[in-house]
Design a binder for this molecule. Structure first.
Ligand SMILES: *Cc1c(COP(=O)(O)O)cnc(C)c1O
Length: 217
């Protein structure tokens, strides 16, 4: 696969779902990828990227940003409160807001700096023990809590269980977003982004289908 093939598939999925052409944001997930592959995607003109570790992003993106203008970075992995300040400086959006302590830390920093990235609340739609995210039954309360803190909550995010049909989880997330008046839906990865678009995704997070398999060694 390549960026152009994935973009093409995304356009088709948008058309099939009756969505605005280009209306879904394609986040190219560059975690763990060799810099040469990331640079190739930047050279093709893509500017929206996702990383799941603050440290890793801080190591490579400041340099890329001096060479490529208009980079938009999304944090899609777990965020520790002691890294919140650094995350708010590096990222234009954080998709992993998942607990009151983190929300309060972000709110404090937003007050102090007068600036806050767009925020997505991560929902553990499969109620999996090992997975981050607020439980479905706690979403409404947590959204209200974040709003009371004046945080710019744009939407919800989920990572469906690997062994279940993702569309059910996407539909559930869409329902929770709608009843909370949230327009953003961060859902869909390499294997299921078209199904996510069919369920209303506004942001898809696609890694290996664009860059190739990740090599963790
Ligand atoms: C790694 C990751 C992705 C991308 O996964 P692919 O299957 O490579 O597309 C998307 N979302 C999150 C939260 C991730 O950690």
């Amino acid at each position: 696969m390549s960026l152009s093939e994935i973009s093409e598939r995304l356009r088709k999925a948008e058309a099939a779902a009756g969505r605005t052409p280009g209306g879904v944001r394609l986040i190219a997930v560059s975690k763990v990828q060799p810099e040469a592959r990331i640079e190739a995607v930047l050279a093709e003109g893509h500017r929206v990227f996702g990383e799941n570790r603050v440290q890793e992003a801080a190591g490579k993106w400041p340099d890329f940003r001096t060479r490529f203008e208009g980079v938009e970075l999304h944090l899609i992995g777990p965020l520790q409160t002691n890294k919140a300040r650094q995350a708010m400086e590096l990222f234009q959006a954080i998709h992993s807001v998942d607990r009151p302590k983190l929300a309060r830390a972000l709110a404090r920093l937003a007050q102090e700096t007068g600036h806050c990235p767009d925020l997505f609340i991560q929902v553990n739609t499969g109620e999996e023990d090992q997975k981050a995210g607020v439980m479905p039954q706690d979403v409404d309360t947590f959204v209200a809590e974040c709003r009371a803190l004046d945080l710019p909550v744009r939407g919800l995010m989920c990572i469906p269980p690997v062994d279940e049909e993702p569309s059910l989880h996407f539909a559930l997330l869409a329902k929770m977003a709608e009843r909370n008046g949230l327009a953003g839906l961060s859902m869909g990865m390499s294997g299921d982004f078209e199904r996510a678009v069919a369920q209303g995704a506004t942001h898809v997070r696609v890694g290996s289908a664009i860059f190739g398999a990740r090599d963790y060694d």
